[in-house]
Design a protein around this ligand. Structure first.
Ligand code: M6R
Length: 613
C-alpha cells in the first residue's frame, strides 16, 4: 500500500528519494510524488504524478528537478483510500503558502470532525484526503517549532498514521511519527532516512530503529531524538538489516514472482537452518522456547491470517491435528476480530502474516490478547508490527518477497507451521520413529521442488490452453484442499480469470452446475488414501464435458485416461504433498498472467501489504 521515504543529508537527495520510491513500488500504488526544500531559494519544490514512478521520473527530468540544490526531502507512493486517484490527492500534501509538506500512510478516522473545525476557522481544502486535514491541523499549531506542532496535532488524531513532515521555516529538520502504520528510521554515516519499509532504507544504511506506535522522531542533519507523545525521551535499540541488497533485485529473472517461485527450494533450506536437525529428528525453535510450558499444556490452537497466509493456516490445521493431536481452528483475521471468539484457558493463537503489517491480522491479535490468549507470530519481516506485538514467534527467513502474489513466503509459512506441529507433537505422543520418518522425507522436498520447476515449459503450454476461458475450478481433498484454494487465489489475482477453489467432495453440492466444456477444472489428485475418491470426482467432471488438468504423483500412468493434461509431481508422504502440489499451481497462474501480458508483480488493485481494514 502507500509508501514513505524521507531523507536528510549531503548525498543526492532527489536520487535517494526516487530510488526509495522504486524500492517501494512492489507495495502497490497508483500515484507518487516528491517534495524537497530548495537550499538556494528556500522554497518547497513539489512534483506529483499519477501512474508509474517512471512517469514521475520523466517529469522530474523535464522540470529540472534533478538540479535542485537540496539537503532534505520526502516522497510517497499513494494507494488511494480517501479521494480518487489524481495528482491533487497524491502526496506530498502542502499548505497554500507552501511552508509545510507531509507524507502519510494510514487513515485518520476522525478527519471529518477536524476538517469541519478547521473550515470554521477559515481553512480551504483543495483535496479530498484525510492527510491534508492533518497537515492543516499541524499548521494550526505551528509557530516556530515543527516538532511541538506535530505533537499538538497528533493529540487530537484518532486513527492510524506513519507520517513525515518538513517545513521551509526549519529547513534542516524532519519530523516523523507512527501509530499503527510502520515507520523505520535509518542511521547512515552522515545522513538519516525515514521510510515505511526497510527496502527504501537499505541503499543508505543497514542500521535501523523500528519506531513504536506513539513515538515521534525529530531528525536534523547532525542528530535525532525519539519521544513519546507525552514527550518522554525514548532510548531505542538499533538493529541491523540482515537481508542483502541483491535480494531486492530481480537478478536474471524477468519478474520478481518468477524469481521467488524459483527460490522456494532455498526458502525451505533457510527456514529450517539451525532449527530442524533432520538426522536426529530434533527441532530447536528458539523463538517459541520462552512459551514452552504453555505449548506443552495447551489444548486448543486458533490460527489467524488473511489471503495466502490464511491458506497456510488451513494446511497447518491438518498438521497440528495429525502430528500434535491438538484441536485446531482457523479463522480469517478480519472475522475473528469482530465476532466474539471463545478463548479457552491456556489457548494459543497463532497469527500468520508475510508482511507483519496486515491491519486485519493486527486487529485480530489485539482482540485475542484482550481475551487472554498467548499469541505467537509467524512473519517474514523482522521488526514488523506483528513481530513486535506477539508474545513469541518464528521468522520465516525467506528474504524479501516483492511480488504481490505470495509464493516463497507461503512455502516458508508452511515450513514453520510443520516445524511447530512436530515440535509440539514431540511434547505429546509423536514418536521419534515417526519424527525421523517425516524428517527424512522433508529433507528431500527442496530437490523435489527443483524437479517440478523443470517442467515449467510444459506448464506454460497448459496455461496457454486455458487462458481463453473466463472461469476455472480448483479441487483438492484433505491437506490438498487448502492448496486448491491457494491455486485459485494465485490464478485469479494475477491472470484476472475468475477461479474458485473447493474441497473436491463439495463440488457435487453446487459448483458442478457450472461444469461444461468452457470450465477447466484443476484437480490435485496425488496418490494418497483419498485417491480413489478424487478419481471419482474427476469422472464427474468429465461426464459433463469439463476439461481436467490433474496434478498427479509421478508414475501414475492410469490417471492419463481420466484427465486431459497431467502434471506430475514427485512422490512424498501424504502430509507433505502441499509443498509439492502448490508449485505447478503457482506456475500455471504465473504463465496464464504473463501470456495475457499482465504485470504479475503488481496486479491491478492489489497491494503487497494491506495496512487498511
Ligand atoms: O502480509 P500478509 O501475509 O498478512 O498478507 C495477507 C494477504 O494480503 C496476502 O497473502 C494476499 O492474499 C496475497 N496477495 C496473496 O498472494
Amino acid at each position: 500500500m502507500c509508501g514513505i521515504v524521507g531523507y536528510i543529508g549531503e548525498k543526492n537527495v532527489v536520487d535517494i528519494l526516487l530510488q526509495g520510491l522504486y524500492k517501494l513500488e512492489y507495495r502497490g500504488y497508483d500515484s507518487a510524488g516528491i517534495a524537497v526544500i530548495d537550499k538556494d531559494s528556500n522554497e518547497l519544490k513539489i512534483i506529483k504524478k499519477v501512474g508509474k514512478i517512471r512517469n514521475l521520473e520523466s517529469s522530474m527530468k523535464e522540470d529540472g528537478f534533478f538540479n535542485i540544490n537540496t539537503e532534505i526531502g520526502i516522497a510517497h507512493t499513494r494507494w488511494a483510500t480517501h479521494g480518487e486517484v489524481n495528482e491533487v490527492n497524491a502526496h506530498p500534501h502542502y499548505d497554500e503558502d507552501k511552508t509545510l509538506a507531509i507524507v502519510h500512510n494510514g487513515i485518520i478516522e476522525n478527519y471529518n470532525v477536524i476538517k469541519k473545525w478547521l473550515e470554521e476557522k477559515g481553512v480551504k481544502f483543495k483535496t479530498e484526503t484525510d492527510t491534508e486535514v492533518l497537515l492543516y491541523l499541524i499548521k494550526y499549531y505551528y509557530k516556530d517549532d515543527l516538532k511541538q506542532a506535530v505533537l499538538s496535532a497528533l493529540k487530537h488524531v484518532i486513527g492510524a498514521y506513519g507520517i513525515v513532515v518538513i517545513s521551509k521555516k526549519e529547513p534542516g529538520k524532519m519530523i516523523g511519527a507512527r501509530n499503527g502504520s510502520p515507520l523505520v528510521f535509518g542511521i547512515g554515516k552522515d545522513d538519516f532516512v525515514l521510510a515505511s519499509d526497510v527496502s527504501a532504507i537499505k541503499p543508505v544504511t543497514d542500521n535501523v530503529i523500528y519506531l513504536e506506535d506513539g513515538h515521534i522522531i525529530e531528525v536534523t542533519k547532525e542528530n535525532y531524538k525519539i519521544l513519546t507523545l507525552e514527550e518522554r525521551e525514548v532510548n531505542a535499540k538499533v538493529h541491523t538489516i540482515d537481508w542483502e541488497l541483491e535480494s531486492w533485485e530481480k537478478g536474471n529473472f524477468p519478474t520478481y514472482m518468477e524469481k521467488e517461485i524459483h527460490e522456494q527450494p532455498n526458502t525451505i533450506i533457510n527456514t529450517t537452518r539451525g532449527r530442524w536437525f533432520f538426522e536426529k529428528g530434533e527441532l530447536k525453535l528458539g523463538g517459541i522456547e520462552p512459551v514452552r510450558d504453555l505449548l506443552k499444556k495447551t489444548k486448543k490452537i486458533t490460527i489467524l491470517g488473511c489471503g495466502t497466509s490464511w491458506h497456510a493456516a488451513l494446511i497447518g490445521k491438518y498438521w497440528f491435528e495429525y502430528y500434535a493431536d491438538i484441536s485446531t481452528e482457523v479463522d480469517y483475521a478480519a472475522e475473528f476480530r469482530y465476532r466474539n471468539p471463545i478463548i479457552l484457558e491456556d489457548q494459543i493463537v497463532i497469527a500468520i502474516s508475510q508482511s507483519g503489517e496486515t491491519a486485519d491480522t493486527i486487529g485480530a491479535i489485539r482482540e485475542a490478547k484482550i481475551k487472554g490468549a498467548t499469541v505467537l507470530g509467524i512473519t517474514n519481516v523482522v521488526g514488523s508490527t506483528i513481530a513486535r506485538e506477539t508474545d513469541a514467534g518464528i521468522y520465516l527467513h525467506a528474504g524479501p518477497e516483492i511480488g504481490v502474489a505470495s509464493t516463497k513466503a507461503f512455502i516458508g509459512q508452511l515450513t514453520v507451521l510443520l516445524m511447530m506441529a512436530i515440535y509440539m507433537g514431540r511434547m505429546r505422543r509423536l514418536s521419534i520413529e515417526d519424527t525421523l520418518r517425516v524428517s527424512e522425507e522433508f529433507k528431500k522436498i527442496p530437490d523435489k521442488i527443483e524437479k517440478i520447476l523443470k517442467q515449467k515449459d510444459y506448464i506454460r503450454e497448459i496455461a496457454g490452453k486455458i487462458i481463453k476461458y473466463n472461469n476455472a475450478l480448483y479441487l483438492g481433498r484433505g491437506v490438498n484442499y487448502p492448496v486448491a484454494l491457494e491455486g485459485a487465489l494465485k490464478f485469479k489475482e494475477i491472470s484476472y480469470i475468475h477461479a474458485e477453489g473447493y474441497p473436491a467432495a463439495e463440488m457435487k453440492h453446487g459448483p458442478i452446475a457450472l461444469i461444461d466444456e468452457n470450465m477447466p477444472t484443476i484437480v490435485i489428485a496425488t496418490k494418497d488414501f483419498l485417491y480413489d475418491k478424487i478419481i471419482s470426482n474427476i469422472k464427474e467432471v468429465k461426464a459433463r464435458k469439463g476439461q481436467v488438468i490433474a496434478i498427479a504423483t509421478e508414475d501414475d500412468e492410469a490417471i492419463k485416461s481420466h484427465a486431459d493434461y497431467v502434471i506430475y509431481i514427485p512422490d512424498t508422504i501424504d502430509m507433505l504433498t502441499p509443498f509439492l502440489s502448490v508449485i505447478p499451481l503457482q506456475l500455471l497462474a504465473y504463465y496464464a498472467a504473463t501470456l495475457k501480458g499482465y504485470d504479475v508483480d503488481k496486479p491491478r488493485n492489489l497491494a503487497k501489504s494491506v495496512t487498511v481494514e
